[in-house]
Design a protein. Structure first.
Length: 302
């Protein structure tokens, strides 16, 4: 069994981004800019935003931190987003969710410039992902593709089973795997015979939020098992996968914490650089292509 080390891969991506940003800065005099928008004082959201701004500064991006009071109106938030949309120094805009109840997240999402939507949640970017033509794709599933590539886990022609169909993880995950020529099955709370389906998976991705839902009997020997779930149980971060039993059967497995989690922030930075390059017509792939090997394209299924 090979333990997939998200911390190591994330650090490697951040190093690459730091180097590329320094090169771009010396050539053009400008660096990518990321704006984070936090409304209210929810401690967990504030902590996430702090980490994002810290990594943003580490890789050499300009950071535009917008911390607004909980009573901010929907109209005021949309005004701020319009201002960030117009600001040429801002390449990515991240609105931290959840928003206070009086603000409709869908309206906020629609007010974003899709070219600055580094979370990849705007309907235009979601549509492009479904069409197989997206530049900005959601960070967590894109980070998972990067992990699979880093560990040279073949995707084309494999049966990938995704547990969960949320707009943030499950659905975009299934689309990204399909784009890489996997045969994809998506499971959810209404799926009948879950164990029979998961046992067929070469790549098994659990994004449910139910601690230890996935047990050894549900896993095929040698499968790559990716655990997205994070639930706090007795103060401890716990994944969807029963790590102890499943690790005896899996070929590859991610731990919680230290697996998928660190990839999400690294991917947010990669998306911001991608948005900067697209805006300035610089070549080069970041997105989910960073560790992709050429020969994967050639893997044809007959
Ligand atoms: P979500 O919106 O609550 O979606 C959960 C999905 O799991 C739903 O599609 C649900 O089905 C499905 N589900 C529920 N019970 C199931 C069961 N018994 N069998 C199969 N499927 C079942 O959650 P999410 O936002 O996708 O997040 C999932 C987990 O990933 C959470 O623990 C979250 O904290 C974690 N997460 C981690 C990261 C990271 O960076 N590591 C990022 C995002 C999320 P229905 O659609 O039928 O309800």
């Amino acid at each position: 069994m090979i333990l997939i080390d998200g911390k190591k891969v994330s650090a490697e991506i951040r190093n690459r981004l730091t180097k590329e940003t320094a090169e771009l800065k010396s050539k053009t005099g400008c660096a990518p800019g990321l704006a984070t928008v936090l409304v209210g004082e929810d401690p967990a959201s504030a902590a996430y935003v702090r980490i994002k701004n810290k990594v943003c500064a580490e890789v050499g991006f300009q950071s535009f931190e917008q911390n607004l009071p909980a009573e901010t109106t929907e109209a005021q938030l949309i005004d701020l987003i319009n201002e960030l949309n117009r600001n040429d120094a801002v390449n990515g805009i991240l609105v931290q969710l959840p928003l206070p109840n009086h603000i409709d997240p869908q309206k906020i999402l629609l007010s974003l410039d899709p070219g600055k939507d580094v979370d990849g949640f705007h309907p235009i970017n979601v549509g492009k992902l479904v069409l197989g033509d997206a530049l900005l794709t959601p960070c967590t599933p894109t980070g998972i593709i990067t992990l699979l590539d880093y560990y040279d886990i073949k995707i084309a022609g494999k049966h990938a089973v995704v547990l969960g169909r949320s707009n943030i993880v499950g659905r975009p995950m299934a689309n990204l795997l399909l784009q890489r020529h996997a045969t994809v099955t998506t499971c959810h709370s209404q799926t009948v015979g879950l164990e029979q389906i998961t046992r067929q998976a070469d790549i098994l991705i659990a994004a449910v939020g139910r601690p230890h839902l996935l047990t050894s009997s549900m896993v095929k020997k040698g499968a790559a098992v990716i655990d997205v779930g994070i639930t706090r149980v007795d103060g401890k971060l716990t994944g969807d996968v029963d790590f102890v039993s499943v690790s005896e059967k899996a070929g590859f497995i991610t731990p919680v914490p230290g697996g998928v989690g660190p990839m999400t922030v690294a991917q947010l930075m990669a998306n911001t650089l991608q948005a900067f390059k697209a805006r300035n017509n610089f070549a080069g792939e970041v997105g989910s292509q960073i560790f992709r090997r050429e020969e994967e394209d050639e893997a044809k299924v007959v």
